[in-house]
Design a protein. Structure first.
Lengths: 340, 340
């Protein structure tokens, strides 16, 4: 069947192909009159967009966007490295944006990326993000989006995660197995799913091993900084909590706590055992070295891109697909900050 | 004066504006015949490209490319953060690429960015880069390019640097001032300018204070890793070099050395004083805390983008400009790894 092309429509009306294309897509920079003329003619001539041309345009963007909460961060920079390396193998370039844990900024950045016509988006949500209209908007626009690490359970899209609850459970269980009887938890902020799950894993382990849960032993680190580790470590001692173990939401806070305990003369692990989370590089350089949960950042980045790439191809080939949740393994790295 | 537009040329020849535009620019995907027709008509009608249209197109890219050697790196991730934050303020998006210290990859990435029509490029060179044809190619194409941190002296473009030689001189002088008499240097690879300059600063300080320069006390860290720090620290002891101070090219290597000295029972600073370079976060968390040169990564990123932005505007406004070298201040952060 010989079908009419956009070029022929444009020629007939004496306008450019790009104007004709924009008119069909209702772009604001084309006049109402032109839009009406183009649409009418397209209908009369039974115009169908050339799938090959669409394909070509899809191929040409070859750019994806990544939004992360913070770049100067061992875990996230590892994820980005994994994404960039994998994307480059497939000829994709990566635009990186940093939300600074702010929902407002994250929402703006999503729009920036859509305006830029990126082929797809990878995102790890800001701590601040409690509504997901901006994310749902991307999904409605059929732009593939994959979440990693800090995800939203209520949004239907592919997600690359670890089992935070199981990892936290195992870490807390290890403290119990090595003799700790009164275990504190330095947790993350209230909103992010991973911080909720790590807290629930901690609580479940206490329950399972008949250790009473004491809410006064849970400290909330809103910024998850080195300084918060120092502050809560000192507070724990000043408040005479008689704690003999702490499971800490992230290594950075744990390193702050160790630094303060060292300064105060609290012996680790003799007086207090500590387990962190993430296996940052420095956890093996501090004295004592830190027992921690290894979280595979580089691998997570690679797999997040691979999943996005698969979805891009499904869309290109007009193939149906369902969102997929991929869970990566973690492991407990036992070092000097826990008893044997 | 009423001048002919590209649209009119396209309409007259019954081709699209984009084909007419490509024909004038000698794109390979336009036939010779069409090129000849367009060029002839353009000449006849005395066609001049609309500067506003060019301007609009220039404005629309609003993307810059950044190439760094390594992303999982406190200094470089800080630089990138500075670049991204500053770029976003001006409505620019940032494509980040990582050269893995490879010239071949860096060259390929430069081409990728040019193909993507980025407005400008920021680059910190790979250790491996000894020829600069790829960089010169960018400059010849009049795409603004600014180098930061790891630069090439022989290339004429704007550069954001620190005075590595002076910083290294001051660090070495501090070791001498606090009583060190036999000072080793763990240096970086042979090619990068900053590693050369830090070595020269070290050597100059020895000369100025009448300490004999002993080449056997200079260890080359080709990968600048934690492991190299451990290896050379152990070698220094095994080789019985009787060293009482070390100036180390980067904190990561210094942290490796401290970790090994701690394990071997070598007392810091009583037996050996150590000074690092960069002021990575972890240098204040290790025991003993590390005396180091503070290198302003975030600021360097901000200023690199600001300079690029200035050059983009100069080009847009057809204003002449000369490359500028901006030197940022460093300072010595004195901590526990040196004597007082």
């Amino acid at each position: 069947m010989n079908t009419v092309t956009l070029q022929e429509i444009a020629n007939t009306l004496g306008i450019s192909v790009s104007t004709a294309s924009k008119a069909l897509k209702d772009y604001p920079d084309v006049s109402k009159k032109t839009k009406a003329r183009v649409k009418e003619l397209a209908k009369t001539l039974n115009y169908k967009p050339n799938p090959f041309a669409v394909n070509l345009r899809t191929k040409q963007s070859k750019t994806i966007g990544v939004i992360i909460p913070e770049l100067v961060h061992h875990f996230f920079s590892s994820v980005i490295k994994g994404i960039i390396n994998q994307a480059e193998k497939k000829g994709y370039l990566v635009i990186t944006l940093q939300s600074n844990e702010s929902y407002t900024l994250e929402k703006k950045q999503i729009q920036l990326l859509l305006d830029k016509n990126v082929d797809g988006i990878l995102i790890s949500l800001a701590n601040d993000t409690a509504v997901f209209d901006h994310i749902k908007h991307v999904i409605e626009k059929k732009t593939p989006l994959v979440m990693f690490d800090k995800i939203a359970k209520v949004v239907s899209c592919s997600k690359i995660i670890i089992n935070d609850r199981a990892a936290a459970y195992n870490a807390t269980k290890y403290l119990i197995d090595t003799g700790c009887k009164r275990i504190a938890h330095f947790r993350g902020p209230l909103l992010p799913q991973n911080s909720i799950d790590r807290f629930l894993g901690y609580k479940k382990a206490l329950d399972d091993f008949n250790i009473e849960y004491d809410p006064s032993l849970v400290y909330i680190c809103n910024d998850m900084t080195f300084e918060e580790g120092e502050i809560f470590a000192e507070k724990l001692i000043n408040d005479r909590k008689n704690v003999d173990g702490i499971f800490i939401n992230t290594d950075l806070v744990a390193i702050g706590a160790i630094t303060k305990f060292n300064a105060l003369g609290v012996k680790i692990p003799e007086d207090i055992s500590i387990i962190g989370f993430s296996n940052w590089f420095m956890s093996s350089a501090i004295t004592p070295t830190l027992t921690t949960v290894d979280q595979p950042g580089y691998k997570m980045g690679k797999i997040a891109f691979k999943r996005l790439y698969k979805e891009l191809n499904h869309i290109k080939n007009k193939k149906e697909f369902s969102p997929k949740i991929i869970e990566l393994d973690t492991s407990l790295i036992v070092r000097e900050s826990t008893k044997t």
